[in-house]
Design a protein around this ligand. Structure first.
Ligand code: HEM
Length: 558
């Protein structure tokens, strides 16, 4: 008979109460941990130590909110003005459970560890990318020579043809949103949106489906297919929405007679078979030499065909990469767009300045995506993309929001062998200090580039707490002065994709609508800002729910 929680157990002939057994195990665990901790504290400390009960980003600390005693999921946000007051790199020491890690807010250290070269002694630990491996190995999760192989194929998919497509689709989806949501209904003067993130997530999702996957998809709910199968857009939506369930629940759970779970399983199966068909179809298109679509999926298949066998990716890897673009590029862009609109609501002077640039460059009614030309008595629509490079103030409001709310909030790296870090001396002192890093001294050693700490580091930014887009006016494209997309060879591959999408959307929206805060009764704008503009970290970092009012502008002239 199984023992209940309160019934005694027999161990080697003696009767032991289960609670005593648990207490004994906990006792042994605590003593072992205490020994480890004392030993660790006796080692040389090169960096100031910061203490917490549990390790952040791991159980059980994850279960508790960030407080003065627990680091929690957003401890780096809560401590963005305090943690690095003494030094730009600190060692976080969990007292009860978890491993001790270095946290840094210094760009030079980020540059040393985030490189991805085969000569580097730093790699991305597998656990940090587990969530991305569900569909197959991919560029974000891979490391070393495997990463180089993926980058060779995925990199060429990100070219000017893709960016032109993103520019055009962003316009189409914006117009579609206005239409389907009834914003452009005659006589409508304002629209109140309690959570702007919901709109931005849908917008970014549609851009990536159209431009990443190459599946035409619109703001309206997709109609059911005639043959009764699940529409592919619906399958994608379900899979993205329930990604965490698919990842963490065992497969058999999805076979239980629970309609919702079965629907998620059906969506996953539908997508897998569809993706294999799509690869075959695209391979045929490439081989036939006909004009190709410029979405990332098609470009990826083409780049893969161009590789010789040694470097080519297999079908699972192609699918892994297409899906990872969805995860890397959907929430990140949506949260940054939402934060940008939040800042616009708070800074009417900046919104006005940006509006003037939009009017000067695009004008009050012109379409930034196509112009009509008359050629030999024929009317031809020509796609244009020039405005993107000229709307630097629009781009700057997005950049500055990405600085203050860096969606990719940590870069996690591990030392594969003993190595040396060159640590920049404090501000005002020239040179660097060499700090030996011994692999394995603290169980497994990780170095975490704290992207929040970095973006709020006064070494790089005057008044980092102030939203000031003019820091980025006229910044050359891809400049490494802007670090929220990371730096070096493993920097974000989708940086241009995100900025093209954001520039088009923001230019159209701010030209048509004035953004203001949607206040609670009796609330001031300042109180609204203090309530809303705080980080909310789930996987990526965004702001809390942002309530906004959009007021229709009259047609304006520059
Ligand atoms: C505001 C939007 C975005 C932000 C803030 C952002 C940020 C980042 C950061 C910080 C990294 C480095 C991660 C690491 O090394 O651990 C990264 C990598 C990456 N991002 Fe983005 N990202 C954004 C949008 C996008 C988009 C739209 C796409 C694709 C459509 C994308 C695709 C990628 C890929 C493929 C990588 C891995 C590059 C490699 O390891 O070679 N990202 N991103």
């Amino acid at each position: 008979m199984a023992a209940s929680a309160s019934s005694p157990l027999s161990v080697l002939g003696s009767v032991v109460h289960p609670m005593s057994a648990v207490a004994a195990i906990l006792g042994v665990y605590t003593v072992i941990n205490a020994f480890k901790l004392v030993n660790f504290l006796r080692t040389t400390a090169y960096f100031p130590r910061v203490y917490s009960i549990f390790q952040p980003f791991a159980l059980p600390g994850l279960l508790f909110p960030t407080t003065s005693w627990n680091s929690g999921l957003d401890w780096h946000w809560a401590g963005r003005f305090k943690t690095y007051a003494e030094a730009e790199t600190v060692q976080l020491v969990p007292l009860v459970s978890g491993i001790s890690n270095l946290w840094t807010s210094n760009v030079d250290i980020a540059r040393q560890v985030a490189v991805g070269s085969h000569r580097s002694k730093w790699f991305k630990p597998e656990g940090s990318s587990q969530v991305l491996l569900m569909w197959g190995m991919n560029i974000v999760a891979a490391d070393g020579s495997m990463w180089r192989k993926h980058r060779r194929v995925v990199g060429p998919a990100f070219g000017v043809d893709l960016y032109k497509l993103v520019w055009k689709k962003s316009r189409d989806i914006y117009n579609d949103m206005m239409n389907v949501e009834g914003w452009d209904r005659e006589g409508r003067k304002s629209v109140d949106i309690p959570v702007v993130q919901q709109y931005m997530l849908k917008f970014a999702f549609l851009v990536i489906i159209n431009c990443g996957f190459g599946f035409p998809s619109t703001w309206a709910v997709p109609p059911s297919s005639k043959d009764g199968t699940m529409p592919i857009q619906e399958a994608l939506r379900l899979v993205i929405e329930h990604n965490m369930l698919l990842l963490f629940l065992p497969k058999w759970i999805f076979r239980l007679p629970i309609a919702k779970l079965q629907r998620v399983r059906a969506a996953r199966e539908r997508l897998i078979s569809f993706m294999h068909e799509q690869i075959a179809k695209r391979q045929e298109d490439v081989a036939s030499g006909k004009e190709l679509q410029s979405d990332a999926f098609t470009m990826l298949v083409k780049a893969n065909q161009d590789e010789d066998g040694k470097y080519a990716l297999d079908d699972d890897e192609l699918i892994g990469n297409i899906f990872v673009l969805m995860f890397a590029g959907h929430e990140t862009t949506a949260h940054t767009l939402a934060a940008t609109l939040g800042f616009m609501a708070l800074h009417q002077d900046i919104q006005e300045e940006v509006l003037q640039q939009i009017l000067e460059i695009v004008g009050s009614e012109r379409d930034p995506v196509s112009i009509v030309i008359f050629l030999m008595k024929r009317v031809i629509n020509v796609q244009i993309f020039d405005d993107y490079g000229k709307l630097d103030k629009v781009l700057a409001i997005f950049y500055e929001a990405a600085r203050m709310f860096p969606a990719g909030h940590v870069l996690i790296r591990e030392a594969s062998e003993d190595t040396i870090l060159q640590v920049q001396n404090p501000v005002g002192e020239e040179g660097t200090t060499s700090v030996p890093i011994q692999k394995g001294t603290q169980a497994r050693f990780q170095l975490i580039v704290d992207m929040i700490g970095l973006q709020y580091n006064p070494r790089y930014f005057d008044q980092p707490e102030v939203y000031r887009p003019s820091r980025w006016y006229g910044l050359p494209a891809d400049s490494e002065a802007f670090t929220a997309f990371s730096i070096g060879p493993r920097a974000c591959l989708g940086r241009r994709f995100a900025t093209v999408e954001a520039t088009c959307f923001l230019a159209l929206l701010l030209r048509d609508w004035k953004v203001t805060p949607l206040l609670k009764e009796g609330e001031t704008e300042k109180q609204w800002g203090e309530r809303v503009m705080h980080a909310n970290i789930v996987v990526t970092l965004g702001a809390r729910d942002i309530p906004l009012r959009f007021e229709r502008r009259p047609v304006l002239q520059p």
